[in-house]
Design a protein around this ligand. Structure first.
Ligand code: PMP
Length: 402
């Protein structure tokens, strides 16, 4: 049977990438991988979760923990998040929060909520690959969000053609894949642009808690509330996650925004999966209440040391003509090589001759450009392996750039 004949058109843009196929090789034990971008499992608060799951499964608690629950999310967890949002300068109530199965699900729902086929999503060049994956199913066009330039709202609107610009998506702190952080002025300009275009802003805050140096910058949503007085008057939708701070396997994230949007997202959640796992939300609520700050301090000190080792190794081993970002937090460093180097080809070579993995950058560009860029993650590799891996990569790149 030719299944493609009956697949809906929205599948046309959803293809397994060659890179993902190559990255399957990472399972091999002798590969030094800078590809993942996932937390170090040795840093999971496993004992705290052991207690939290045991507490959720006592005779008194199991009836709640194993039962269906409300689509909006487990109320004590939403209350904890309300406190966390207040600390970030985002006053809100429980009704402004929807718990999702990871922030990835929030991106899918926001695509579903906002995009009709042919509408335009403004995204960074490059941007988080998983966001493109989530939005692709809703058949959008992409345009380059460039708030650091003077491109006018009219110009963005005109470029949208027959559709309409619907939102600007961005990862504001220590972005995946670049590690860059948007400065205060740029955050303010994003709000101006969104107001002028009358569109939503999707603020992806997946790495927000992982700052290793410098002053925290208030989120776009906090700035918009400062201008407009109330979250319910705001167009920014803040997507948070416990994946990088506590444990990605439990799949718990959230959206915080105007109640009108949250109520509509709740309907999408009901249609898709009714609610996120009750027991996982209970466990996250307990572990977050007990030790969010102390645990985050522990992982920040481990990751920031690895970032420093990688930056230092890059300075020693990269040849002339290679530049990279200096992230103030998160998990990623972004490299730009001379344009003649194709990093997808370099990866194939690297996996065979050097046994080092990274992610070629072009996958993060909606227009497929960026073939000379790459993303390195420092979150899962110890110092000795980072030094060894970067030395090997430096050799390979030096040979490719002569
Ligand atoms: N946003 C960004 C920028 C990410 O890097 C990731 C995970 N890699 C996610 C969202 C999704 O994370 P999760 O669904 O685990 O919250």
């Amino acid at each position: 049977m030719d299944w493609h004949q009956i697949f809906a058109t929205r599948n046309d843009r959803m293809k397994a990438s060659e890179i993902r196929e190559l990255l399957k090789l990472l399972e091999q034990p002798d590969i030094i991988s800078f590809a993942g971008g996932i937390p170090d499992p040795d840093l999971f608060p496993a004992q705290a979760f052991q207690r939290a799951f045991a507490d959720a499964l006592t005779p008194e608690t199991q009836a709640t923990a194993l039962q269906y629950s409300v689509s909006e999310g487990y109320p004590p967890l939403r209350d904890w998040i309300v406190g966390e949002m207040a600390r970030l300068g985002i006053p809100c109530t429980r009704d402004n929060i929807l718990i999702t199965s990871g922030s990835q699900q929030a991106l899918d729902y926001l695509g579903k909520l906002l995009l009709s086929p042919g509408d335009t999503a403004l995204v960074g060049w490059p941007t988080y690959l998983g966001a493109l994956g989530a939005f692709n199913a809703y058949e959008p066009r992409y345009d380059r969000l460039d708030p650091e330039t003077n491109r006018s709202a009219e110009d963005y609107a005109q470029a949208a053609g027959a559709g309409r610009v619907k939102f600007a998506y961005m990862s504001v702190d220590f972005a995946n894949p670049t590690g860059r952080t948007l400065d205060a002025g740029t955050r303010e300009r994003v709000i101006d642009l969104a107001d002028a275009l009358d569109i939503a802003v999707i603020e992806d805050a997946a790495y927000q808690s992982l700052r290793y140096e410098g002053e925290a910058l208030s989120p776009v949503l906090a700035r918009e509330i400062a201008r407009k007085g109330d979250i319910n008057n705001c167009r920014t939708l803040y997507c948070g996650s416990f994946s990088k701070t506590l444990a990605p396997g439990l799949r718990v994230g959230w959206v915080c925004g105007a109640q009108e949007v949250i109520s509509q997202l709740v309907l999408l959640k009901q249609a898709a999966d009714l609610h996120s796992s009750t027991i996982n939300q209970m466990a996250i609520a307990q572990v977050a209440s007990e030790q969010f700050d102390t645990h985050v301090a522990t992982i920040k000190s481990a990751y920031s040391a690895r970032r420093d080792v990688m930056l230092d190794a890059l300075a020693r081993h990269m040849p002339e003509g290679v530049t990279w970002t200096r992230p103030e937090g998160g998990m990623f460093i972004w490299l730009e090589l001379p344009t003649k180097v194709n990093t997808a080809e370099l990866l194939a070579q690297s996996l065979t001759s050097e046994r080092v993995a990274f992610v070629p950058g072009h996958a993060f560009f909606a227009d497929g450009s960026g073939t000379h860029t790459m993303r390195l993650s420092f979150s899962r590799t110890d110092a000795a392996m980072i030094n060894e891996g970067i030395a090997r990569l430096g050799r390979l790149i030096a040979a490719a750039t002569v």
